[in-house]
Write a protein that binds this ligand. Sequence first.
Ligand code: HEM
Length: 410
Amino acid sequence: MTEAGTQVFFNPFEPGFREDPYPFYRRILDEAPVHRSLIGGWVLARYNDVNAVLRDPRASTGSIMDPNQRKALLEASGMWDVWQESAVPEFMNNIVLLKDQPDHTRIRSLMSRIFTPRSIENLRPRIQQILDDLLADLDPTNIDLIGDIAFPLPALVICEMLGIPAEERGELKEWSAAAARLLDPIMDRGVFDAADAGLKGFHEYFTALVAERRAKPGPGLLGDLIAAEEDGRGLSDSELLTNLVFLFGAGHETTQNLIGNATWALLRNPGERDKLVADPSLIKGAVEEFLRYDPPVQVTGRSALEPIDVGGITIEEGERVILLLAAANRDAEQFPDPDRLDVARPDVHPLSFGGGIHFCLGAALARVEGQVVLGTLIERYPQFAQTGEPAWRENFTLRGLSKLPLSLTA
Ligand code: HEM
């Protein structure tokens, strides 16, 4: 947030924003819930405005940046050649999140067959087992919640779903963390190169895995994706590979942040922890509240394919709009006493998984993972305590901790 005269702007590079963006969102909601962005286009913060754009078919993710504008920006920063030679353009051209209709519908309906709520619910005991195995190898008096549980668990789950052998999982987690930085609006050359190397590593790995599976078809998510056909058209090779990489990243960084941010929130709100300890059956609703209170994905964006009237302004054709999901989740019109964590808050419905056609495909999986990990912490280690300073990741779009030292005490 930056002030020019009396006007407040959204600026995630403001000092203090990474540690605690919520006072900044509060001022934006109070003083400038609809404003011109410092980098062009609009910023929306109110729940109803953000929700309306997410659900508007004229709001595109596919043309989120005009190719000529991107080229001009990259040339200005001397990055155009690097960009062209990187794996990033192919990735951005193919992932389901950045596709508009009709390609979006085709790709998403193929992918969604393997994410039905029932198939995910069936995974619950296995997710619990994976967590129990991780816990069994730890000294409970001295753990790093992020490195020891929140980071490995979602990765182990998605690897198992994809049929990736246990011994090959380490490198994939590192690649995924590096590639997640691509979601940030601005990054330096070192971060870009690491992200590109991550994408290339993934691409090579999945190319070999898919070839192996084609030669020897088997059950599981990957086999299903390869076999999936719709109207005679499955996924192209490029679509299959890039969306596998995307699935891995989308399901990994985000869920890790849900677990970390929720635990951090409980540590700072002991009364809410006590409520959950007294009644662990609150856990499902509590996970929705954690998602609202400190969402793993803080912002997203769209561009207008046609003029869109929203919040008293018109987003003109071709203009971009930044949607502050995390601010919308703190809108008092939608959530009474929005800055208070309330694990018993009824009917939460935050915008943390987006909305409309791009609503998170992995929401059911993320919810089960969150419920299993946080429910286990609460039931088995109700006295868990912080034993050192936490650290926040540098990412901005995906907000989460890189370290949270805890002792797990029953
Ligand atoms: C707490 C964890 C998670 C959060 C907060 C989250 C958040 C989101 C959000 C906000 C979007 C929509 C972005 C937009 O519309 O601009 C999204 C889309 C998506 N997410 Fe998640 N996600 C989570 C976990 C997962 C998991 C576990 C998976 C899969 C394994 C996954 C896969 C996807 C996919 C494939 C999309 C794109 C859907 C489409 O474009 O149709 N996510 N997610």
